[in-house]
Design a protein around this ligand. Structure first.
Ligand code: HEM
Ligand SMILES: *[C@@H]1O[C@H](CO)[C@@H](O)[C@H](O)[C@H]1NC(C)=O
Ligand SMILES: *[C@@H]1O[C@H](CO)[C@@H](O)[C@H](O)[C@H]1NC(C)=O
Ligand SMILES: *[C@@H]1O[C@H](CO)[C@@H](O)[C@H](O)[C@H]1NC(C)=O
Ligand SMILES: *[C@@H]1O[C@H](CO)[C@@H](O)[C@H](O)[C@H]1NC(C)=O
Length: 326
């Protein structure tokens, strides 16, 4: 008969407990590419046209929608918690600490308003955001993929939970751990970080790398020195302009693999970007994506589908307005 030592049982319990605590289930059981086929066959067309139109008027829209989706899925799963507005009783996720780059919520509102006219009470806000995130990537020159749908909207959105987002100061172990908690692996971490091929960052997210970085180094030694000098000019100390910052990539409105080429040159904006090139577990992926854009596109699309499965809920609601819980 098998005998377990108290130690084995102890670690067994720890293992079981930590699996349940840590891993947000990738509950893709209900998601389906044709979920609205019978109930709202024009849903994706309505969302896409809205997103395309908004992006023509406002070039910030693609990056903002892509970040919004990432933020949504990392907090409580892809349940549209990021879209909820704060009320007198509740400070919502979008008003949590790292909210400075959130914006363009109006685009989701426009799509939802049209969908409520075309097929009332049918298309969830979480699905609208997942489709919109695919559309902004495609319209910026990136890959296209089939979005699985059938998410329901959650009823909880708390500013205090944004503490669970990865920070731009995270080292490689922290990044891997943060993604693993959502059932995402090392390849997903490197591929999805390629979302930083689009968009802009405020100085506050990277200025710790520019001055008095550590006891030994004034500037983060993993940063290219010309980039550091350039960024110091853009982010003077003291800084009078709260909007000051820089683009995440030199081709920041094109979805391409230039982000990875920059990492190889020491030109990642955040410590969390540059860390991907500083560890053997992720460096080879950075090099692969830098040399083969179509490989990056395929892996980004596959990882976005995985991201879209994180913590999906089945027993939520379909919000009537994405900013308010029914
Ligand atoms: C790996 C961990 C990640 C960290 C630490 C991180 C951190 C950040 C930070 C600090 C900003 C700038 C905020 C500001 O100062 O304005 C930012 C912007 C952005 N992030 Fe990430 N991010 C991560 C992953 C992702 C992922 C997975 C995606 C999407 C696939 C993404 C998409 C974006 C986009 C598009 C922007 C630009 C937003 C804009 O221009 O408005 N990020 N990220
Ligand atoms: C296109 O976008 C503009 C700016 O957001 C908006 O005023 C207009 O109503 C939109 N048109 C359509 C057809 O969505
Ligand atoms: C960010 O949060 C602050 C308060 O914490 C709030 O005043 C501001 O409107 C929020 N920004 C966005 C874009 O939601
Ligand atoms: C990463 O950061 C954590 C928390 O600050 C620290 O415990 C760990 O030693 C760091 N790991 C590496 C590889 O630097
Ligand atoms: C640099 O950082 C050290 C602590 O790491 C601090 O004592 C010192 O005041 C800082 N210098 C400046 C100029 O901010």
């Amino acid at each position: 008969m098998a005998r377990f030592s108290p130690n084995t049982i102890f670690y067994g319990i720890i293992l079981v407990v930590s699996i349940f605590n840590v891993i947000v289930p990738q509950s893709n059981a209900t998601l389906n590419a044709h979920y609205y086929g019978e109930t709202c066959s024009q849903a994706e067309k309505i969302i896409s046209l809205t997103v395309y139109n908004a992006s023509i008027y406002d070039p910030k829209v693609p990056a903002r929608i892509l970040r919004m989706f990432f933020h949504d899925c990392f907090i409580r799963g892809c349940d549209a918690s990021v879209l909820v507005d704060s009320t007198a009783e509740n400070q919502a996720e979008k008003d949590g600490p790292p909210n400075i780059s959130l914006g363009s919520f109006y685009v989701i509102d426009q799509a939802k308003a049209k969908l409520e006219l075309a097929c009332p009470r049918t298309v969830s806000c979480a699905d609208i955001l997942a489709v919109a995130a695919r559309d902004v990537v495609a319209l910026s020159g990136g890959p296209y993929w089939n979005v699985l749908k059938g998410r329901k909207d959650g009823r909880v959105s708390k500013a205090s939970e944004t503490i669970n987002l990865p920070a731009p100061t995270f080292n490689i172990s922290q990044l891997i751990g943060s993604f693993a908690k959502r059932g995402l692996g090392i390849k997903d971490l490197v591929a999805l970080s390629g979302g930083h091929t689009l968009g802009f960052s405020h100085c506050s997210s990277f200025e710790a790398r520019l001055r008095n970085f550590s006891a030994l180094h004034d500037v983060d030694p993993s940063m290219n020195i010309e980039l550091a000098q350039n960024l110091r000019k853009k982010c003077p100390k003291p800084n009078k302009d709260p909007k000051a910052g820089d683009f995440l990539d030199s081709t920041s409105s094109a979805f391409d693999n230039n982000y990875y080429k920059r990492l190889i040159a020491g030109k990642g904006l955040f410590g969390s970007d540059q860390a991907l090139f500083g560890d053997y577990r992720t460096k080879w992926l950075v090099e692969s994506f830098a040399t083969d854009q179509s490989l990056f596109f395929r892996e980004f699309a596959a990882s976005m589908v995985k991201l879209g499965n994180v913590g999906v809920i089945e027993n939520g609601e379909v919000r009537l307005k994405c900013r308010v819980v029914n």
